[in-house]
Design a protein around this ligand. Sequence first.
Ligand code: SF4
Length: 307
Amino acid sequence: MSAPFVDKLEGLEDVHPADKWLRTDMLPHIWCPGCGLGIVLNAYIKAAEKAQIPREKRVVVSGIGCSGRAAGYLNQDSYHTTHGRSIAFATGIKIARPDLNVAVISGDGDLFAIGGNHFIHAARRNMDIKVICVNNFNYGMTGGQGGPTTPIGAKTTTTPYGGFEHPFNLPWLAATCGAVYVARWTTLDSRRLRDSIAEALTKKGFAFVEVISPCPIGFGRPNKIGSGLDEMKMYMDKWDLKPPNWITQEGSNPREADITLGKPIVVGKFVDIDKPTFLDLYWKILPHKEETPLNDVEKKQVAGAKA
Ligand code: SF4
């Protein structure tokens, strides 16, 4: 005989603590069981709470792909933009409204293939935006094709014999382009991920957090890894992600953060420096005409740049 259906246990709330930050009318979500994207979205919500960023100051911009749904699920100002252009949209928002805390949540394909040029120039300019890249080593939504971070030897639908292109080392790319904050975590390490995103959200300048995240459909299946949980176990075991490889020393060289199948994944914080942002330099260097009155936000920028 089957057990009686219980729809609510006594004493338990029927709302999740994160519900107030989600557009619950958009649920159920489209993400596959075992996907790491929910962990990343939760980490952003918790991080923004930890950083005490009020709802009216938060903006999230997403691109195209499974991670692009993040913007749609958040109950705050958010934009689901065109393929590869999330950083361009975020840049426009930050320039128009420098008082907002602007974050991009998007995937490795969106940010580093079609969107690669936007990434390198936003980092070079030290645009004051925060980029959270969910790296699952493939284009999950469109059929599991290989992308710019697919490791050599990894199978995808377009690399059935194994990837044969050198993948990007994203922390090294971000650091060399000028990012002032660079970190990498996996979804397995959700608390450090939350704390790192909170740090990135409050860092002035271009901050980059890479999250290695399971995609049991596009990456796990062709590589015979198993479920999302199995993929996270693999980060620890096969990829040897365990102490002392768990965290790099403060200021470790991101050049050594290449991801190679069967070798340890280096995680941690690589870069945490200070330098003027794009808007700091803009207001400091560009002459502005006296006949064009500045609004309050602009006056604050000018005063800050001259200080
Ligand atoms: S295809 Fe991959 S990335 Fe997309 S929702 Fe499914 S598991 Fe997640």
